[in-house]
Design a protein around this ligand. Structure first.
Ligand code: IPD
Ligand code: CA
Ligand code: CA
Ligand code: CA
Length: 262
């Protein structure tokens, strides 16, 4: 009997891009009624489109790869051992509902909890960011250059949420000294802003695996340091904080956030 060949990571990345594009087509053409409902609180939304995109991508990936899938809107896995797809069908659902832009589809393939390929699709402009572990990162197929690690945080724009500032008064001080702060409302796209060199740092107190699985690989492939807020390495299996920045800014922010600068 002929053994079925294991697909290469390049082939799996091509598959991931194809299914994400199918998901994006669904998101762009949502039909009349989004059927917005709330989950844990009034600002935690889900729509029929989130569910439809997840269903479509999960079905296709299962049929074509056989690997299990963890997805925000209802797909769980028994274990992170081996190969597992990690999907956020719409990252930035509030944007999807309110502004119809700045939302993404995020899909990664992990091996024993470590992302080996990732796709983050900025749906409205159809910008598809991809990465292969130890292979680099691309935007719409064009290779991205590693981030420059020259600036300090006072010359950088920092992406974070006002809520983080209440929790982290030291972060508020850093923001005052920085070029300014931004917030887009999609953690995946916010990480990609740092990877693409358009922002100097991204700080978030509470992200889930599907928010960052793909984006963390895009970042690290371009030389961006991706850790928890206290500098410890990221373990994708757990929810938690993130501090994402090129080396110098990462060191400066870590020092100021963790050690009393007084
Ligand atoms: C959310 C977005 C948002 C972040 C939240 C996430 P969702 O994801 O990434 O920017 O602040 O923590 O939950 O719910 O829109 O997929
Ligand atoms: Ca959500
Ligand atoms: Ca998300
Ligand atoms: Ca989501």
């Amino acid at each position: 009997a002929v053994e079925p060949t294991t697909p290469s990571l390049e082939e799996l990345l091509a598959l991931a891009v194809r299914v994400v594009e199918e998901g994006a087509a669904i998101a762009r053409d949502p039909g009349k009624d989004l059927q917005v409902t709330t989950k844990s609180n009034r600002n935690d939304l889900v729509t029929a489109v989130d569910r439809r995109v997840e269903e479509c991508i999960a079905e296709r990936l299962l049929a074509e790869s056989g690997y299990p899938l963890l997805g925000e809107e209802g797909h769980d896995v028994e274990t992170w051992n081996g190969r597992v797809w990690v999907l956020d069908p719409i990252d930035g659902t509030m944007n999807y509902v309110e502004t119809h832009r700045d939302y993404a589809i995020s899909l990664a393939l992990c091996e024993d909890g470590v992302p080996v390929l990732g796709v983050v699709m900025d749906v409205v402009p159809a910008r598809c960011y991809t990465a292969l572990r130890a292979g680099g990162a691309w935007c719409n197929g064009e290779r991205l250059a590693p981030v420059k690690d020259e600036r300090g945080f006072t010359d950088a724009v920092i992406i974070t949420d006002l809520k983080e500032m209440w929790a982290l008064p030291r972060l508020a001080r850093c923001l005052e000294q920085s070029r300014g702060h931004r917030r887009y409302g999609s953690a995946a796209l916010e990480c990609v802003e740092v990877a693409a060199g358009r922002a100097g740092a991204f700080v978030h107190m509470w992200v889930s695996p599907w928010d960052i699985a793909a984006a963390s690989l895009i970042c690290t492939e371009l030389g961006v340091v991706f850790t928890r807020l206290d500098g410890t390495p990221l373990d994708l299996r757990w929810k938690g904080s993130v501090l994402v920045a090129p080396g110098r800014i990462h060191r400066e922010l870590l020092h100021r956030l963790m050690i009393d600068a007084e």
